[in-house]
Design a protein around this ligand. Structure first.
Ligand SMILES: Cc1cc2nc3c(=O)[nH]c(=O)nc-3n(C[C@H](O)[C@H](O)[C@H](O)COP(=O)(O)OP(=O)(O)OC[C@H]3O[C@@H](n4cnc5c(N)ncnc54)[C@H](O)[C@@H]3O)c2cc1C
Length: 389
């Protein structure tokens, strides 16, 4: 009988793992806390009402049915690697021959974070941002501060790209509505050069856009806390705002803490190049749950999560056939993003050998939108995967 693989988490990493494992002829169960996958890269357009919340969601039940994957909606509450069991919130437990952990990351909680909202948390958390933006627009004036934090214990757990995309899209929306003169837009981050991991050229481009669009920059200032309607920095300077969108840095998922599985200082699972959790040949970690090993500029991204998923699936297939796993994720580490600014985008790519930035006025925006449709069709098995995606 084919080996039984349990995949935890229905995000980019979990879904791709489950699809590839099922294609390899293994018996796959996917467990997730919600019945849909949330397509974060296109969710940046929900607050500006360019897309609806539902457009960024894809029901998992149907995709799993198409691929012959057993799908359970039930949050995972604990993992016991020694007994080889996973316990779900309803008290039931599941056994596995191979386990793929893809439950994403947790978020750090700086003081007063409850006075901020984030486009990078639970999917529903985007709705109050959209509603607040609506209020400010109907009032005709306001101030919006957008920022992100860092985790010194794991610099790859920073998520700055969506913060830039969010503020550029808001700028474009306000411009279309003729309201720019009545709004103050600001960006803040504790690192002196936020976004530098994308490469020198990309960083300079983003900074010059911010300056050209008259978006105030508060970079290199440690964030002390948030209060209602303001960001307070370590030097006690303040940034008042009617809407604060803050993306906290990531850390390990809470379910992993009690698992006894090896983690780095930030709580991400330690893996080898084959995506196997250190010391556990039959347990794999992929996507945002894993501690990445590689160049200093490495970043947790959706495209890398999918690469890791394919690596893990190939290695599990090999192991189940008595072969030595040989696929590795590290050689695929790169940064790839189409950074959207509402009426265009910039293609950014960085790997060990080069760093590329290509402005794509107008067409870039539509390319990113088209990617969202392509991605859904591909996962539903309706069109093949494009090379390089
Ligand atoms: C706004 C935004 C824009 C982005 N844009 C881009 C981009 O343009 N390009 C790019 O490459 N990357 C982008 N990223 C990053 C990318 O989305 C992440 O790297 C990717 O989602 C990681 O995939 P994952 O499957 O590891 O984690 P997640 O997508 O976080 O998925 C984790 C899954 O596990 C489930 N889960 C969590 N806890 C439990 C539990 N206890 N039990 C069961 N299930 C659980 C969750 O519901 C979810 O389905 C963006 C991220 C954000 C937030």
């Amino acid at each position: 009988m084919a080996a039984n693989v349990l995949v935890l988490g229905g995000g980019f990493a979990g879904l791709e793992s489950a699809i590839q494992l099922s294609r390899a002829g293994l018996r796959v169960t996917l467990v997730s806390e919600r019945d849909y996958i949330y397509i974060y890269p296109i969710s940046i357009w929900i607050p500006t009402r360019e897309i609806k919340f539902e457009d960024a969601c894809m029901p998992l039940g149907e995709v799993c049915r198409r691929h012959g994957i057993k799908f359970l909606v039930n949050p995972v509450s604990s993992i016991d690697p020694h007994l080889g069991r996973v316990v779900l919130e309803d008290g039931s437990d599941l056994a596995y021959d191979y386990l793929v952990i893809a439950i994403g990351a947790g978020k750090t909680r700086p003081e007063g974070v409850e006075f901020t909202s984030s486009i990078c948390g639970a999917p529903e958390a985007v709705m109050p941002i959209r509603d607040r933006l609506d209020e400010l627009i109907s009032r005709g004036r306001g101030s919006i501060a957008v920022g992100f934090g860092g985790n010194p214990k794991d610099p790859s757990a920073v998520r700055g790209g969506p913060a830039f995309e969010f503020i550029f899209n808001i700028h474009y929306l306000l411009k279309k509505k003729g309201l720019l003169d009545n709004f103050k837009l600001s960006m803040f981050a504790p690192m002196p050069q936020p976004g530098i991991r994308l490469g020198e050229k990309a960083y300079k481009m983003m900074v010059s856009w911010l300056d050209r669009l008259n978006i105030e920059r508060r970079f290199g200032k440690k964030i002390k806390k948030f209060r209602e309607g303001e960001v307070v920095f370590a030097d006690d300077s303040r940034l008042p705002a009617d809407l604060i969108m803050f993306i906290a840095a990531g850390h390990g998922h809470k379910v992993l803490m009690s698992s006894g599985l090896p983690q780095n200082e930030a709580g991400f699972l330690l893996i080898n190049d084959q995506c196997q959790v250190e010391g556990h040949d039959n347990i794999f970690a992929v996507g945002d749950s894993a501690a990445l090993d590689g160049p200093k500029w490495r970043a947790k991204q959706g495209h890398l999560a999918e690469v890791m998923a394919r690596v893990a699936a190939e290695n599990i297939k090999d192991l189940s056939q008595g072969k030595t796993p040989s696929a590795g994720y590290q050689k695929h580490i790169s940064i790839l993003c189409v950074m959207d600014f509402g009426n265009g985008a910039a293609y950014v790519h960085r790997d060990d050998n080069s760093s590329t930035v290509r402005p794509l006025p107008i067409v870039g925006h539509w390319l990113k939108k088209a990617w969202g449709h392509y991605w859904k069709l591909n996962k539903n098995g309706k069109i093949p995967r494009l090379p390089g995606t």
